[in-house]
Design a protein around this ligand. Structure first.
Ligand SMILES: Cc1cc2nc3c(=O)[nH]c(=O)nc-3n(C[C@H](O)[C@H](O)[C@H](O)COP(=O)(O)OP(=O)(O)OC[C@H]3O[C@@H](n4cnc5c(N)ncnc54)[C@H](O)[C@@H]3O)c2cc1C
Length: 479
Protein backbone atom coordinates (compact mmCIF):
# COMPACT_ATOMS: atom_id res chain seq x y z
CA UNK A 1 0.00 0.00 0.00
CA UNK A 2 3.07 2.21 -0.20
CA UNK A 3 5.15 3.33 -3.17
CA UNK A 4 8.01 3.05 -0.69
CA UNK A 5 10.23 5.72 -2.18
CA UNK A 6 13.60 6.93 -0.92
CA UNK A 7 15.23 10.24 -1.78
CA UNK A 8 18.69 10.68 -3.24
CA UNK A 9 21.38 11.02 -0.52
CA UNK A 10 20.93 14.45 1.10
CA UNK A 11 24.23 16.34 1.70
CA UNK A 12 22.40 18.68 4.13
CA UNK A 13 21.39 15.69 6.28
CA UNK A 14 24.65 13.77 6.60
CA UNK A 15 24.27 12.22 3.12
CA UNK A 16 21.35 10.09 4.22
CA UNK A 17 18.51 8.89 1.98
CA UNK A 18 15.14 9.83 3.48
CA UNK A 19 12.18 7.44 3.35
CA UNK A 20 9.25 8.94 1.40
CA UNK A 21 6.09 6.85 1.71
CA UNK A 22 3.16 7.57 -0.63
CA UNK A 23 -0.21 5.84 -0.53
CA UNK A 24 -0.60 3.13 -3.20
CA UNK A 25 -4.23 2.37 -2.62
CA UNK A 26 -7.69 3.90 -3.07
CA UNK A 27 -7.64 7.34 -1.45
CA UNK A 28 -3.91 7.68 -2.15
CA UNK A 29 -1.86 9.17 0.67
CA UNK A 30 -5.04 10.20 2.54
CA UNK A 31 -5.42 6.48 3.31
CA UNK A 32 -2.04 6.23 5.06
CA UNK A 33 -1.59 9.75 6.42
CA UNK A 34 -1.66 11.04 10.00
CA UNK A 35 -5.21 12.42 9.58
CA UNK A 36 -4.32 15.95 10.72
CA UNK A 37 -6.77 18.42 9.17
CA UNK A 38 -5.56 22.01 8.78
CA UNK A 39 -6.66 24.43 6.13
CA UNK A 40 -3.56 26.59 6.51
CA UNK A 41 -2.99 30.35 6.42
CA UNK A 42 -4.99 32.83 4.31
CA UNK A 43 -1.72 34.45 3.17
CA UNK A 44 -0.66 31.28 1.34
CA UNK A 45 -3.90 30.94 -0.60
CA UNK A 46 -3.74 34.66 -1.36
CA UNK A 47 -0.30 34.05 -2.86
CA UNK A 48 -1.86 31.37 -5.08
CA UNK A 49 -4.48 33.96 -6.08
CA UNK A 50 -1.76 36.50 -6.92
CA UNK A 51 -0.19 34.07 -9.41
CA UNK A 52 -3.30 32.22 -10.63
CA UNK A 53 -6.37 34.41 -10.10
CA UNK A 54 -8.87 35.14 -7.34
CA UNK A 55 -10.63 31.76 -7.64
CA UNK A 56 -7.62 30.31 -5.80
CA UNK A 57 -7.60 32.88 -2.94
CA UNK A 58 -8.58 32.47 0.71
CA UNK A 59 -12.13 33.75 0.31
CA UNK A 60 -12.81 31.14 -2.33
CA UNK A 61 -10.92 28.47 -0.33
CA UNK A 62 -13.24 29.02 2.65
CA UNK A 63 -16.24 28.34 0.40
CA UNK A 64 -14.64 25.13 -0.84
CA UNK A 65 -13.76 23.97 2.66
CA UNK A 66 -17.37 24.52 3.72
CA UNK A 67 -18.39 22.26 0.87
CA UNK A 68 -15.77 19.65 1.78
CA UNK A 69 -16.09 19.36 5.58
CA UNK A 70 -18.60 18.02 8.07
CA UNK A 71 -17.70 18.61 11.69
CA UNK A 72 -18.27 15.74 14.09
CA UNK A 73 -18.62 16.46 17.82
CA UNK A 74 -17.30 14.31 20.68
CA UNK A 75 -20.50 12.27 20.79
CA UNK A 76 -20.09 11.42 17.10
CA UNK A 77 -22.93 13.68 15.94
CA UNK A 78 -22.51 15.77 12.83
CA UNK A 79 -22.81 19.51 13.08
CA UNK A 80 -24.11 21.98 10.51
CA UNK A 81 -22.37 21.46 7.21
CA UNK A 82 -22.72 18.26 5.26
CA UNK A 83 -19.55 17.84 3.20
CA UNK A 84 -18.11 14.39 2.55
CA UNK A 85 -14.96 14.74 4.73
CA UNK A 86 -15.68 14.10 8.38
CA UNK A 87 -13.47 16.31 10.58
CA UNK A 88 -13.56 15.68 14.31
CA UNK A 89 -11.71 16.12 17.56
CA UNK A 90 -9.73 13.12 18.78
CA UNK A 91 -12.03 10.86 20.77
CA UNK A 92 -9.39 9.86 23.31
CA UNK A 93 -6.52 12.35 23.33
CA UNK A 94 -3.52 11.14 25.28
CA UNK A 95 -2.94 12.76 28.71
CA UNK A 96 0.61 13.60 27.62
CA UNK A 97 -0.78 15.63 24.72
CA UNK A 98 -2.34 17.94 27.27
CA UNK A 99 0.98 18.09 29.15
CA UNK A 100 2.70 19.15 25.90
CA UNK A 101 0.15 21.92 25.28
CA UNK A 102 0.57 23.08 28.86
CA UNK A 103 4.39 23.06 28.47
CA UNK A 104 4.04 25.23 25.34
CA UNK A 105 2.07 27.84 27.29
CA UNK A 106 4.71 27.68 30.02
CA UNK A 107 7.39 28.77 27.51
CA UNK A 108 5.16 31.62 26.33
CA UNK A 109 3.42 30.20 23.24
CA UNK A 110 -0.23 31.11 22.70
CA UNK A 111 -3.04 28.54 22.57
CA UNK A 112 -5.24 28.55 19.45
CA UNK A 113 -8.94 28.47 20.28
CA UNK A 114 -10.77 25.59 18.53
CA UNK A 115 -12.83 28.15 16.59
CA UNK A 116 -9.63 29.75 15.25
CA UNK A 117 -7.84 26.61 14.04
CA UNK A 118 -9.51 26.92 10.66
CA UNK A 119 -9.46 30.71 10.66
CA UNK A 120 -7.22 32.86 8.43
CA UNK A 121 -4.20 32.90 10.75
CA UNK A 122 -4.08 29.94 13.16
CA UNK A 123 -0.90 30.93 15.01
CA UNK A 124 -0.44 29.13 18.35
CA UNK A 125 -0.66 25.54 19.62
CA UNK A 126 -3.69 23.25 19.58
CA UNK A 127 -4.88 19.68 19.66
CA UNK A 128 -5.11 18.44 16.06
CA UNK A 129 -8.52 18.12 14.38
CA UNK A 130 -8.56 14.80 12.50
CA UNK A 131 -10.20 13.29 9.43
CA UNK A 132 -12.10 10.63 11.30
CA UNK A 133 -15.66 9.39 11.51
CA UNK A 134 -16.45 7.93 14.92
CA UNK A 135 -12.81 7.24 15.66
CA UNK A 136 -12.05 5.69 12.26
CA UNK A 137 -10.03 7.17 9.39
CA UNK A 138 -12.02 9.08 6.80
CA UNK A 139 -9.87 8.98 3.63
CA UNK A 140 -10.84 10.51 0.30
CA UNK A 141 -11.88 7.00 -0.76
CA UNK A 142 -14.27 6.84 2.23
CA UNK A 143 -15.51 10.38 1.70
CA UNK A 144 -15.85 10.57 -2.08
CA UNK A 145 -15.35 7.26 -3.83
CA UNK A 146 -17.81 5.23 -1.76
CA UNK A 147 -20.56 7.69 -2.70
CA UNK A 148 -19.70 7.54 -6.40
CA UNK A 149 -18.92 3.84 -6.65
CA UNK A 150 -22.21 2.75 -8.19
CA UNK A 151 -22.40 5.45 -10.84
CA UNK A 152 -22.74 3.90 -14.28
CA UNK A 153 -20.12 6.25 -15.74
CA UNK A 154 -17.39 5.19 -13.30
CA UNK A 155 -14.98 2.32 -13.93
CA UNK A 156 -12.47 1.76 -11.19
CA UNK A 157 -9.41 -0.46 -11.74
CA UNK A 158 -7.16 -1.45 -8.84
CA UNK A 159 -3.72 -3.10 -9.11
CA UNK A 160 -3.23 -1.03 -12.24
CA UNK A 161 -0.27 1.10 -13.25
CA UNK A 162 -0.76 4.00 -15.65
CA UNK A 163 2.35 4.02 -17.82
CA UNK A 164 1.80 6.82 -20.35
CA UNK A 165 -0.63 9.42 -21.61
CA UNK A 166 -1.70 8.79 -25.19
CA UNK A 167 -1.72 11.64 -27.69
CA UNK A 168 -2.97 12.31 -31.21
CA UNK A 169 -0.73 15.18 -32.21
CA UNK A 170 -0.74 17.32 -29.08
CA UNK A 171 -4.24 16.26 -27.99
CA UNK A 172 -4.44 13.86 -25.03
CA UNK A 173 -6.79 11.04 -26.05
CA UNK A 174 -6.36 8.52 -23.23
CA UNK A 175 -3.89 6.56 -21.17
CA UNK A 176 -1.93 3.36 -21.51
CA UNK A 177 -1.89 1.11 -18.44
CA UNK A 178 -0.74 -2.25 -17.16
CA UNK A 179 -3.43 -4.43 -15.64
CA UNK A 180 -3.09 -8.11 -14.72
CA UNK A 181 0.15 -8.39 -16.66
CA UNK A 182 -1.26 -6.97 -19.91
CA UNK A 183 -0.83 -3.53 -21.46
CA UNK A 184 -4.18 -1.87 -22.23
CA UNK A 185 -5.55 1.49 -23.24
CA UNK A 186 -8.41 3.67 -22.01
CA UNK A 187 -9.72 6.31 -24.40
CA UNK A 188 -10.98 9.71 -23.26
CA UNK A 189 -13.90 11.38 -25.05
CA UNK A 190 -13.37 14.80 -23.46
CA UNK A 191 -10.09 15.09 -21.59
CA UNK A 192 -7.55 13.30 -19.38
CA UNK A 193 -7.10 14.34 -15.72
CA UNK A 194 -3.89 13.29 -14.02
CA UNK A 195 -3.95 12.95 -10.19
CA UNK A 196 -0.93 10.78 -9.44
CA UNK A 197 0.52 13.09 -6.76
CA UNK A 198 3.57 15.37 -6.59
CA UNK A 199 6.06 12.60 -7.43
CA UNK A 200 4.28 10.45 -10.00
CA UNK A 201 2.41 13.18 -11.89
CA UNK A 202 5.60 14.89 -13.14
CA UNK A 203 7.14 11.45 -13.75
CA UNK A 204 4.17 10.39 -15.91
CA UNK A 205 4.24 13.68 -17.82
CA UNK A 206 7.94 13.21 -18.54
CA UNK A 207 7.48 9.56 -19.58
CA UNK A 208 4.83 10.88 -22.01
CA UNK A 209 7.17 13.46 -23.58
CA UNK A 210 6.14 16.56 -21.60
CA UNK A 211 8.97 18.13 -19.60
CA UNK A 212 12.44 19.67 -19.90
CA UNK A 213 13.49 18.83 -23.49
CA UNK A 214 17.18 18.26 -22.66
CA UNK A 215 16.33 15.82 -19.85
CA UNK A 216 13.87 13.91 -22.07
CA UNK A 217 16.33 13.72 -24.98
CA UNK A 218 19.05 12.41 -22.64
CA UNK A 219 16.75 9.44 -21.96
CA UNK A 220 15.70 9.04 -25.63
CA UNK A 221 12.10 10.09 -24.88
CA UNK A 222 10.58 11.88 -27.91
CA UNK A 223 9.72 15.46 -26.88
CA UNK A 224 6.06 16.36 -27.34
CA UNK A 225 6.19 19.63 -25.39
CA UNK A 226 9.22 21.35 -23.89
CA UNK A 227 7.92 22.40 -20.44
CA UNK A 228 11.13 23.02 -18.45
CA UNK A 229 9.57 23.27 -14.99
CA UNK A 230 7.94 19.83 -14.95
CA UNK A 231 9.47 18.14 -11.88
CA UNK A 232 11.14 21.35 -10.66
CA UNK A 233 10.27 23.48 -7.57
CA UNK A 234 9.83 20.38 -5.39
CA UNK A 235 9.07 21.61 -1.88
CA UNK A 236 8.58 19.57 1.28
CA UNK A 237 8.25 20.09 5.03
CA UNK A 238 11.38 18.84 6.81
CA UNK A 239 10.78 17.36 10.29
CA UNK A 240 13.33 17.55 13.11
CA UNK A 241 12.27 15.05 15.79
CA UNK A 242 13.54 14.71 19.37
CA UNK A 243 12.49 11.50 21.13
CA UNK A 244 12.76 11.18 24.92
CA UNK A 245 11.87 8.41 27.33
CA UNK A 246 9.03 8.99 29.82
CA UNK A 247 7.85 7.32 33.02
CA UNK A 248 4.35 6.54 31.79
CA UNK A 249 2.39 3.50 30.69
CA UNK A 250 0.00 5.74 28.81
CA UNK A 251 2.06 6.47 25.70
CA UNK A 252 1.37 4.89 22.32
CA UNK A 253 4.24 2.50 23.09
CA UNK A 254 1.52 0.62 25.00
CA UNK A 255 -1.15 0.93 22.28
CA UNK A 256 -0.90 -2.52 20.77
CA UNK A 257 -2.61 -4.49 23.51
CA UNK A 258 -5.71 -6.68 23.49
CA UNK A 259 -7.45 -4.22 25.79
CA UNK A 260 -6.88 -1.32 23.40
CA UNK A 261 -7.97 -3.44 20.44
CA UNK A 262 -11.16 -4.38 22.26
CA UNK A 263 -11.85 -0.77 23.18
CA UNK A 264 -11.40 0.23 19.56
CA UNK A 265 -13.56 -2.55 18.15
CA UNK A 266 -16.38 -2.25 20.67
CA UNK A 267 -16.50 1.48 21.40
CA UNK A 268 -14.22 3.06 18.79
CA UNK A 269 -12.24 4.56 21.61
CA UNK A 270 -8.82 4.15 23.15
CA UNK A 271 -5.27 4.54 21.94
CA UNK A 272 -5.96 2.95 18.56
CA UNK A 273 -8.03 6.00 17.59
CA UNK A 274 -4.91 8.15 17.97
CA UNK A 275 -3.68 9.85 14.81
CA UNK A 276 -0.09 9.80 16.26
CA UNK A 277 0.50 13.55 15.71
CA UNK A 278 -2.03 14.59 18.35
CA UNK A 279 -1.05 18.26 18.75
CA UNK A 280 0.54 20.93 16.60
CA UNK A 281 1.47 24.59 16.76
CA UNK A 282 2.39 27.28 14.26
CA UNK A 283 5.05 29.59 15.66
CA UNK A 284 7.64 32.13 14.54
CA UNK A 285 11.37 31.38 14.91
CA UNK A 286 11.96 35.12 15.14
CA UNK A 287 9.60 37.88 16.20
CA UNK A 288 10.47 40.05 13.19
CA UNK A 289 8.62 37.58 10.93
CA UNK A 290 5.04 38.43 9.96
CA UNK A 291 3.85 34.83 9.92
CA UNK A 292 4.94 31.50 11.43
CA UNK A 293 7.84 29.75 9.73
CA UNK A 294 7.88 26.76 12.10
CA UNK A 295 5.41 24.11 13.10
CA UNK A 296 5.67 22.08 16.28
CA UNK A 297 4.25 18.54 16.36
CA UNK A 298 3.70 16.34 19.37
CA UNK A 299 3.47 12.55 19.31
CA UNK A 300 2.55 10.85 22.60
CA UNK A 301 4.78 7.96 21.58
CA UNK A 302 8.39 7.27 20.56
CA UNK A 303 8.57 7.89 16.78
CA UNK A 304 11.98 6.40 16.02
CA UNK A 305 13.84 5.76 12.75
CA UNK A 306 11.32 7.61 10.56
CA UNK A 307 8.55 5.53 12.12
CA UNK A 308 10.13 2.32 10.81
CA UNK A 309 12.03 1.39 13.99
CA UNK A 310 10.78 -0.56 16.96
CA UNK A 311 11.09 1.53 20.13
CA UNK A 312 12.39 -0.25 23.20
CA UNK A 313 10.64 1.76 25.92
CA UNK A 314 7.84 4.29 26.42
CA UNK A 315 8.63 7.73 25.06
CA UNK A 316 7.29 10.90 23.46
CA UNK A 317 8.33 12.85 20.38
CA UNK A 318 8.51 16.61 19.96
CA UNK A 319 9.28 17.69 16.43
CA UNK A 320 9.89 20.99 14.69
CA UNK A 321 9.01 21.47 11.02
CA UNK A 322 10.28 24.02 8.52
CA UNK A 323 7.01 25.45 7.19
CA UNK A 324 8.33 27.75 4.47
CA UNK A 325 11.52 26.13 3.20
CA UNK A 326 13.87 28.19 1.04
CA UNK A 327 15.47 25.04 -0.37
CA UNK A 328 13.74 23.39 -3.31
CA UNK A 329 14.51 20.21 -5.22
CA UNK A 330 13.38 18.17 -8.19
CA UNK A 331 11.83 15.01 -9.54
CA UNK A 332 13.63 13.58 -12.56
CA UNK A 333 13.49 10.27 -14.39
CA UNK A 334 16.13 7.56 -14.13
CA UNK A 335 15.07 6.07 -17.45
CA UNK A 336 12.20 6.08 -19.92
CA UNK A 337 10.77 2.99 -18.17
CA UNK A 338 7.61 4.08 -16.28
CA UNK A 339 7.91 1.17 -13.86
CA UNK A 340 11.20 2.54 -12.50
CA UNK A 341 10.95 4.87 -9.49
CA UNK A 342 11.82 8.47 -10.37
CA UNK A 343 14.79 10.23 -8.81
CA UNK A 344 13.61 12.29 -5.80
CA UNK A 345 15.95 15.05 -4.67
CA UNK A 346 14.38 17.53 -2.21
CA UNK A 347 17.81 19.17 -1.53
CA UNK A 348 16.93 19.73 2.13
CA UNK A 349 18.81 22.59 3.86
CA UNK A 350 20.58 23.51 0.61
CA UNK A 351 19.64 27.20 0.31
CA UNK A 352 22.80 29.22 -0.09
CA UNK A 353 21.94 31.89 2.46
CA UNK A 354 21.45 29.19 5.11
CA UNK A 355 17.95 30.37 6.10
CA UNK A 356 16.65 26.83 6.48
CA UNK A 357 19.52 25.64 8.68
CA UNK A 358 19.18 28.72 10.91
CA UNK A 359 15.42 28.14 11.26
CA UNK A 360 16.06 24.44 12.02
CA UNK A 361 18.43 25.31 14.86
CA UNK A 362 16.07 27.97 16.29
CA UNK A 363 13.15 25.54 16.08
CA UNK A 364 15.05 22.79 17.89
CA UNK A 365 16.14 25.22 20.60
CA UNK A 366 12.44 25.93 21.17
CA UNK A 367 11.76 22.17 21.42
CA UNK A 368 14.54 21.88 24.03
CA UNK A 369 12.86 24.64 26.08
CA UNK A 370 9.47 22.94 25.87
CA UNK A 371 11.00 19.66 27.10
CA UNK A 372 12.36 21.50 30.14
CA UNK A 373 9.04 23.23 30.97
CA UNK A 374 7.48 22.03 34.25
CA UNK A 375 4.46 20.31 32.67
CA UNK A 376 6.72 17.88 30.74
CA UNK A 377 10.05 17.86 32.57
CA UNK A 378 8.70 15.73 35.43
CA UNK A 379 7.75 12.93 32.99
CA UNK A 380 11.01 12.81 31.02
CA UNK A 381 13.46 10.06 32.01
CA UNK A 382 16.21 10.85 29.47
CA UNK A 383 17.12 11.15 25.79
CA UNK A 384 16.12 8.28 23.49
CA UNK A 385 16.74 9.50 19.92
CA UNK A 386 19.43 10.65 19.48
CA UNK A 387 20.64 8.60 22.47
CA UNK A 388 22.70 10.12 25.26
CA UNK A 389 22.56 13.74 24.06
CA UNK A 390 20.85 16.94 25.15
CA UNK A 391 21.16 20.65 24.26
CA UNK A 392 23.36 21.79 21.35
CA UNK A 393 24.97 18.37 20.62
CA UNK A 394 21.45 16.90 20.40
CA UNK A 395 20.37 19.64 17.97
CA UNK A 396 23.30 18.93 15.64
CA UNK A 397 22.70 15.17 15.82
CA UNK A 398 18.96 15.51 15.08
CA UNK A 399 19.68 17.42 11.87
CA UNK A 400 22.47 15.12 10.74
CA UNK A 401 21.00 11.74 11.71
CA UNK A 402 17.26 11.96 12.24
CA UNK A 403 15.67 14.75 10.19
CA UNK A 404 12.92 13.24 8.06
CA UNK A 405 9.92 14.22 5.92
CA UNK A 406 6.45 15.29 7.03
CA UNK A 407 5.37 13.64 3.75
CA UNK A 408 4.20 16.88 2.11
CA UNK A 409 5.82 17.08 -1.36
CA UNK A 410 4.23 19.76 -3.58
CA UNK A 411 4.72 22.15 -6.48
CA UNK A 412 6.39 19.91 -9.08
CA UNK A 413 3.82 20.97 -11.73
CA UNK A 414 3.45 24.53 -10.50
CA UNK A 415 0.28 26.44 -11.51
CA UNK A 416 0.55 30.04 -12.67
CA UNK A 417 -0.29 32.66 -15.25
CA UNK A 418 3.37 33.13 -16.21
CA UNK A 419 4.68 31.26 -19.26
CA UNK A 420 7.16 29.15 -17.24
CA UNK A 421 4.47 27.55 -15.07
CA UNK A 422 3.46 23.97 -15.88
CA UNK A 423 -0.32 24.32 -15.66
CA UNK A 424 -2.61 27.26 -16.36
CA UNK A 425 -4.90 28.53 -13.58
CA UNK A 426 -7.61 26.22 -14.95
CA UNK A 427 -5.17 23.31 -14.45
CA UNK A 428 -4.64 22.60 -18.18
CA UNK A 429 -1.07 21.52 -18.99
CA UNK A 430 0.86 23.99 -21.14
CA UNK A 431 1.97 22.89 -24.61
CA UNK A 432 -0.69 20.19 -25.09
CA UNK A 433 -4.50 19.99 -25.26
CA UNK A 434 -7.18 18.14 -23.29
CA UNK A 435 -4.91 17.32 -20.36
CA UNK A 436 -5.26 18.62 -16.79
CA UNK A 437 -3.51 17.97 -13.50
CA UNK A 438 -5.42 17.93 -10.20
CA UNK A 439 -3.26 17.09 -7.17
CA UNK A 440 -0.71 18.55 -4.76
CA UNK A 441 1.84 18.99 -7.58
CA UNK A 442 0.05 22.13 -8.84
CA UNK A 443 0.49 24.18 -5.65
CA UNK A 444 2.35 27.34 -6.70
CA UNK A 445 4.13 27.25 -3.34
CA UNK A 446 3.93 24.91 -0.36
CA UNK A 447 1.51 26.14 2.31
CA UNK A 448 2.06 26.74 6.01
CA UNK A 449 0.02 23.78 7.14
CA UNK A 450 -0.62 20.18 6.16
CA UNK A 451 -1.26 19.27 2.56
CA UNK A 452 -4.29 16.97 2.60
CA UNK A 453 -6.91 19.72 2.98
CA UNK A 454 -5.50 21.86 0.16
CA UNK A 455 -5.06 18.77 -2.07
CA UNK A 456 -8.77 18.03 -1.65
CA UNK A 457 -9.60 21.68 -2.32
CA UNK A 458 -7.65 21.36 -5.58
CA UNK A 459 -9.76 18.32 -6.47
CA UNK A 460 -13.02 20.17 -5.74
CA UNK A 461 -11.94 23.18 -7.76
CA UNK A 462 -10.82 20.93 -10.64
CA UNK A 463 -14.33 19.44 -10.67
CA UNK A 464 -15.78 22.94 -10.95
CA UNK A 465 -13.36 23.94 -13.70
CA UNK A 466 -14.03 20.79 -15.70
CA UNK A 467 -17.80 21.10 -15.43
CA UNK A 468 -17.59 24.86 -15.98
CA UNK A 469 -19.18 25.63 -12.62
CA UNK A 470 -16.23 27.87 -11.68
CA UNK A 471 -16.89 30.34 -14.51
CA UNK A 472 -20.65 30.24 -13.88
CA UNK A 473 -20.01 31.09 -10.26
CA UNK A 474 -17.60 33.92 -11.18
CA UNK A 475 -20.10 35.45 -13.61
CA UNK A 476 -23.01 35.21 -11.14
CA UNK A 477 -20.80 36.87 -8.50
CA UNK A 478 -19.93 39.74 -10.85
CA UNK A 479 -23.61 40.33 -11.77
C1 LIG B 1 2.64 8.97 5.84
C2 LIG B 1 1.94 10.26 5.46
C3 LIG B 1 1.41 11.07 6.46
C4 LIG B 1 0.76 12.27 6.13
N1 LIG B 1 0.11 12.97 7.09
C5 LIG B 1 -0.68 14.02 6.75
C6 LIG B 1 -1.53 14.64 7.71
O1 LIG B 1 -1.62 14.21 8.86
N2 LIG B 1 -2.28 15.70 7.32
C7 LIG B 1 -2.23 16.18 6.04
O2 LIG B 1 -2.90 17.18 5.75
N3 LIG B 1 -1.45 15.58 5.10
C8 LIG B 1 -0.72 14.49 5.41
N4 LIG B 1 0.00 13.84 4.45
C9 LIG B 1 0.01 14.40 3.08
C10 LIG B 1 -1.32 14.22 2.33
O3 LIG B 1 -1.88 12.96 2.60
C11 LIG B 1 -1.03 14.41 0.84
O4 LIG B 1 -0.52 15.71 0.64
C12 LIG B 1 -2.25 14.26 -0.05
O5 LIG B 1 -2.85 13.01 0.14
C13 LIG B 1 -1.78 14.41 -1.51
O6 LIG B 1 -2.83 14.14 -2.38
P1 LIG B 1 -2.53 13.88 -3.92
O7 LIG B 1 -3.85 13.63 -4.55
O8 LIG B 1 -1.68 14.97 -4.45
O9 LIG B 1 -1.60 12.58 -4.01
P2 LIG B 1 -1.81 11.12 -3.40
O10 LIG B 1 -2.76 11.18 -2.24
O11 LIG B 1 -0.47 10.56 -3.15
O12 LIG B 1 -2.57 10.32 -4.54
C14 LIG B 1 -1.96 9.87 -5.72
C15 LIG B 1 -2.68 8.61 -6.19
O13 LIG B 1 -2.26 8.29 -7.52
C16 LIG B 1 -1.91 6.92 -7.56
N5 LIG B 1 -0.89 6.75 -8.60
C17 LIG B 1 0.31 7.35 -8.67
N6 LIG B 1 0.96 6.96 -9.79
C18 LIG B 1 0.15 6.10 -10.43
C19 LIG B 1 0.27 5.36 -11.63
N7 LIG B 1 1.35 5.47 -12.41
N8 LIG B 1 -0.76 4.54 -11.98
C20 LIG B 1 -1.86 4.44 -11.20
N9 LIG B 1 -2.04 5.14 -10.06
C21 LIG B 1 -1.03 5.95 -9.68
C22 LIG B 1 -1.38 6.62 -6.16
O14 LIG B 1 -1.37 5.23 -5.91
C23 LIG B 1 -2.37 7.40 -5.32
O15 LIG B 1 -3.53 6.63 -5.13
C24 LIG B 1 0.67 12.66 4.75
C25 LIG B 1 1.19 11.84 3.76
C26 LIG B 1 1.82 10.63 4.09
C27 LIG B 1 2.36 9.76 2.99
Amino acid sequence: MDWNYDTEPQPGLGDRRVYWPRGKTLGGSSSINAMVWVRGFAADYDHWAAVAGSGWGWESAVEYFRRIETTEDAAGDHQGRSGPMSVSQLRDPNPLTDAFLQACTEVGLGRTAPSEINGPSPEGVAQAPVTQRRGRRCSTADAYLKLARRRPNLTLLTRTLTTRILFEGTRAVGVEYRHRGAMRQARADAEVVLSAGAINTPALLMCSGIGPADHLRSLAIPVLADVPEVGRNLADHLVLPIVVGVDSSQTLYDAETRRQLLRYLVRRRGMLTSNIAEAFGFVRSNTSLELPDIELLFVPGPFVDEGLGKPEAPGITIAAILLQPHSTGSITLRSSDPTQAPRIDPRYLSDEAGHDRAAAVAALQLCERILQAPALAGHVTGPMQPPGLTGSPRIAAVIERHAQTLYHPTSTCRMGSDPDSVVYPDLRVRGVDQLRVADASIMPRIIRGHTNAPAILIGERAADLISNRASQRASSESR
